[in-house]
Design a binder for this molecule. Structure first.
Ligand code: 2AL
Length: 257
């Protein structure tokens, strides 16, 4: 099974970090292909940075059996689901669902205050209000997570500890793909499940593909209508995109991967 893990920001070191996490948890029969956005922001920390950040990488290269969007804002998730029938997983959605399988409540620990607000929107969009106790910002910028010797790890640990005490959270969801290497250490220190969305999305992708499921093309996730696009975005007109195949593979083929 081919799973394409897309880092929607342009920082290749973060893609490598996510790749390590993904390959650690992937089934032996899964091949993880990494992609870094070729245009856009070095880190995604707001709505503007999110726009169109993943479309190029969904339509570029060999079609995959599933795609994972490796950014906690789940940028472009529904747009991506429109332009391919292969399942597309966002790491925030996957992480929140995974958390509900191992705890009745969780808190999200993320990066900046503005990202905290975006995560709150996602909690509501995904119907997770009953499970998510609180979204907590650490004021750690995304790229600081990569800096050796920064205080980022200690700050995140301290915020997770507050979540357990003040929110009475039973699990922690990490609110940035750049935190995926912290899971084991945090879990040991905190003694509760710590969920990283990259790992969660890869495993959910394997499960969904293994069940022979594809994105529904009968409603709002149908392929985009052939609208005319003008100006700088003309090359993104649906007519110019390489839309991916529509067929539903037999279950046996999907499982064989
Ligand atoms: C992220 C993330 O996961 N990657 C990125 O560039 N920004 N999310 C975040 N919550 O800060």
């Amino acid at each position: 099974m081919l799973i394409k893990l897309i880092n929607p920001n342009t920082t290749t070191s973060m893609t490598e970090l996510m790749g390590e996490t993904a390959r650690k948890v992937a089934a032996p029969s899964s091949e993880i292909v990494l992609a870094t956005s070729r245009s856009g922001a070095a880190s995604i920390e707001g709505h503007y940075d999110e726009a169109l950040s993943v479309i190029d990488e969904i339509t570029n290269g060999k079609p995959a059996d599933a795609y994972v969007i490796g950014c906690f804002g789940d940028p472009g998730l529904l747009a991506a689901r429109e332009i391919t029938a292969s399942p597309v997983l966002g790491i925030a959605e996957a992480a929140m669902h995974a958390a509900t399988f191992v705890a009745t409540s969780f808190s999200i620990v993320t990066t900046l205050e503005r990202t905290r607000i975006i995560s709150e929107h996602l909690v509501r969009n995904y119907g997770m209000q009953h499970h998510c106790r609180r979204v907590r910002a650490t004021d750690v910028p995304v790229l600081e997570l990569e800096e050796l010797g920064s205080k980022a790890d200690a700050t995140i640990l301290a915020e997770c500890e507050k979540a357990l005490i003040e929110d009475r959270a039973e699990a922690i969801v990490l609110g940035c793909a750049g935190m995926s290497n912290l899971v084991e250490r945090l879990q040991q220190r905190l003694g509760v499940p710590v969920i990283d969305g990259v790992a969660a999305a890869v495993k959910v992708a394997e499960a969904i593909v293994g069940m022979g499921l594809r994105t529904s093309k009968v409603g709002d996730l149908a392929y985009p209508l052939p609208e005319a696009y003008a100006g700088k975005l003309a090359e993104y007109a649906p007519a110019h995109l390489k839309l991916r195949e529509t067929s539903f593979p037999a279950l046996a083929t999907a499982v064989r991967g």
